[in-house]
Design a protein around this ligand. Sequence first.
Ligand SMILES: [Zn+2]
Length: 126
Amino acid sequence: MTERVINLKGFFEEARAGRLTGIRCGRCGELAIPPKEFCASCQARDWQPVPLAGGGTVVTHTVIRVAPRGRGGEVPYAVAVVRLEEGVSVLGRIVDIPFEALTAGLPVRFRPVQIDSQTVIGFGPA
Ligand SMILES: [Zn+2]
């Protein structure tokens, strides 16, 4: 694990390679994902990268049926807030899970999702 995962670009590079990484505050221990500049709890900027296992459960979800401009080909799709095993929550694109099966508490697993040339955080069946 290197320094570079601490910035957003590095975070997405790691994600593209299938590695989900959080950052932990060196002062107060707060876990954050994706990376940000300052700790929300103590305002420190003292991050250490933490590899995350990638497993979690759906907290809440939304089906996107009206796409943002330029993204018409992708709808409908679901996004969900997923609470990771490590206790931190992250928003991700849901793949390979039928909308009707999406429910709070559903176990899911991280996977990188490639959209055009962009990698986004995704979750599929656990
Ligand atoms: Zn902190």
